[in-house]
Design a binder for this molecule. Sequence first.
Ligand code: FES
Length: 183
Amino acid sequence: MGLLERRFPTEVKDAIANYPAGREASAVLRLLFLAQAAYGRVTPEAVAEVATLLDMDPTQVQGVVGFYSLFKEEPHGRFVIHYCTDLPCILRGAGAFLPEVCRAFGTKMGETSEDGLFSLEEGMCLAACDRAPMMQVNLEYMHDLTPDSLNAIVRGLREQAAADPAPAAPYGYGPPSEITEGS
Ligand code: FES
């Protein structure tokens, strides 16, 4: 049994049970998010486990991973921040606010903070232009950012990470699960 199934046995079973026999492959996105949380990123082992669970070819699963930017194959921080730098947000001050974002998360654009918590990435339009500056943290939108609200958000994320060191299912990034082979 792989890390995904051992870390999230109920979630895996429920995801597959949502689909009729012969259509189990429809659970591939859900299982990949769970695998990402279990393995910390979508490793080749994670792809292989998802493929086995869904009776798919690993190449098909890999194709899904490559299509969606929310799946990360390289190591990332616990929280992936997509800060929107598309034109409408820039016109509403997102560019001028970017140094504040880098300061608050302790990293440069395209990099991960030294403590491994935050990976900062440029986001394309996230369909919330009227509330810029805005960002997506894992899957959660955060709007109308100010220095004060940003500091509060970062504080909250740090507290969340300290209270629950394992990445949250199903959208967590970060270090692999504490469960190890043979446990
Ligand atoms: S351009 Fe940033 S949300 Fe649309």
